[in-house]
Design a protein around this ligand. Sequence first.
Ligand code: ADP
Ligand code: MG
Length: 589
Amino acid sequence: MTNKVTSLWDSYVISLRIAADKKGKLTQSFLGYILSFIFQGLAYAMFYPLLRSMFKESFILNEILFWLSSVFILSIISMICKWYALDFSYANDLADVAHNLRLKLGEKIKKMPLQQLNQYRTGELNSILSQNVDESVLHMGVVAGMAFEALVIPLVIILTTFFVDIKMAFAIIIVLPFSYPIYIWSRKLTKKEKEDNLTAHSDLEADTVEYLQGLPVLRSINQVGENSAQLQESITNVREVQKRGVFGSLIPLAVMNTLIEFIFLTILSFGTFWILQGSFSLAALISLLIIVNRINEPLVNFLGIASVLDTMELGFKKIEGLLNIKSLKVDQPKAMPENFGISFKNVDFNYLNNEKKALKEVTFAIPSEAMTAIVGPSGSGKTTITKLIMRYDDPSIGEIEIGGINIKNMSQDELMSLISVVFQDVYLFDDTILNNIRMGNPKASDEEAKEAARKANCHEFVSRLPRGYNTKAGEIGGSLSGGERQRISIARAILKDSPIVILDEPTSALDTQSEVAVQKALDELIQNRTVIVIAHRLSTISHAENILVVAKGEVIESGTHDELLKKEGKYFSMYGAQQRLKLWNLNRE
Ligand code: ADP
Ligand code: MG
C-alpha cells in the first residue's frame, strides 16, 4: 500500500477512465461547475464595491443599484452553469456509468479463465460489483461540485482581493502555506483509513458468504460456534477500523477549522488596526469578513470530500484489477469439429498458486464415440485433465484438440455445447426440479425434460416429492440423497445431448444401492458418445475401450484392461490392491 497522496489531477484522470464513453459529458459537467463557481466568486467580490458605495458620504442610488444588480446577474449566471453541471447526475448519466461498469465486469467474469476467477472469494466479487462500482461513481456528481466550490471560490476571492487591497490579499494568502500541509496530512490519514475500511468490509463480506455457505455442514457436525470465530473477528475488525477512521478524520477537520478561525481573527485585527491608522475602509473590512465567512464551510468540507476521492480510487483499483485479467482468446478462424476424439499434445499445466506442475508433457489421443477411463492416485491430475478440456485455463505449453480442431478456435459457448459433465457434487439451483433438469437445454419442452428424467431413473423419486416436478429444490434441498441429486445431473446431461460426456467420479461417494441406480442412468447417457470417466473403483471401468493411467501429472500407461494387466505395471498393482481389499472385505462378512 502506498502512502502517497493522489493528486487532484490524477483523480480527474481516473474519473475519466471510470466514465468511459461518458467522459465527454463528465468533462462538460466539471467545466460547468468551475464556471459556476467562478461567477459565484465574482458575485461575492462585488460586495466590495457594493458596500463601498453604500458607505460613501454622498449616497448615489444608481451606483448602489448597479453593483446590486451585478451581484444578481452574476449569481444567476452561476446558477445556470450549476444546473448545467448537475445534469450529469444519478438520475441519468451516473446510473448509466455504474451500469456500464457492471456490464463490463459481468462480461469479464464470463470470459476470464475460471482459474483466475477462482482466485477471488465469492464475497469479494460481490463487493466489487456492488459496493466498489457505486463508490467509484459516487464522487462524480454532487461531491465533485462541492470540491470545485471549495477550490474555485477561495481562489477567485483571493485574486479579486488583490484589486481591493494588496495588504489584505497577502493576509489571506498567508494561510495557504499552512493549509496545504494540513490537507496532505489529512489525506494520508484518510487514505489509510479508507484502505483499511475497504479491506475490512470486503473481508467481512467474503467471510459472511463463506460462513453461510458452510452453515448446513457446520450444523450437521455441530461446529456452528467454533467456525464462526473468523466471521466474528472480521465483524470486530470492521468496528475497530470504523472507530479509528472517525477519530483519524476528525483531527485534521478540527485543525482546519481552527486555521480558518485564525484567518478570520487575523483579518479582523489587521483590519481594525489599519482602519484606526486610516489606511483601510470600514466597507472593505466588513465585505471581507462577510466573504471569508462564506468560504469557511467549503474549505472545511474539502477535507471530507478529498477522502471520498480515496474511496473512489481504491474502489476503482479493485475494479481495474478484475478488468485487467486477460480473457480467454478465441483464435481465428473459428471452426467446429466433425468428430469428437480428444487429443492432448505435450500439455504442461500449472495452477496459479501452486509451484508444482499439475500436468507434465501429457500426450494422448482418445477415440471418438468410445469410453476412455482415466485412473490414478488421488492428486495425480485426473480432474485437471478434464478441466483443461473445458478450457478452465490455457495450458502453459502444448495444445488440446477436439476432432482435430484446437479448442482455442472455438468460442467458450461452442466448446461447452459439446460437453456435458457429471461431477461428484451436484449443484441444484433454487428453482423447480423440472427447471433444474432443463438447465441442460433451456429450449427443451416440459415433455422432453420429463423424458430425460425418466431415462435418468429420476421419475420414480420425483413423483414422490410434494409437488412432483414443480417442487423447488430449495424446499427439499437436504432431503434428496446423493444418488438422487446425481441422477438429476445425469438427466440434465441426457437433455443436453452433447457428443462428449465427462464423468468425474460420479459414483464414488454413493452407497451400493444408489450406485446401481446411478449406473443404470449413466448407461443411458453414455451411448454413442465420447465418454471420459474418472473412476476410483477400477472394476467399474474394466470394460472401457481405453484406459489412461496417470501418476504425478504424467500419463504413464495406456491400453485396455487386459493389455494393462499383462504389462504388470502401475495398473496391475493398483488393480491387484483393490482385488485384495475386496477379498478381505468378503472374508470379514
Ligand atoms: P485428481 O483429480 O487426480 O485427484 P487433480 O487434478 O485434482 O487430481 O490435482 C492435481 C494436482 O493439482 C494436485 O497436486 C493438486 O494439489 C493440484 N491442484 C488441484 N486443484 C488445484 C487448485 N485449484 N489450485 C492449486 N492446485 C491445485
Ligand atoms: Mg479429482
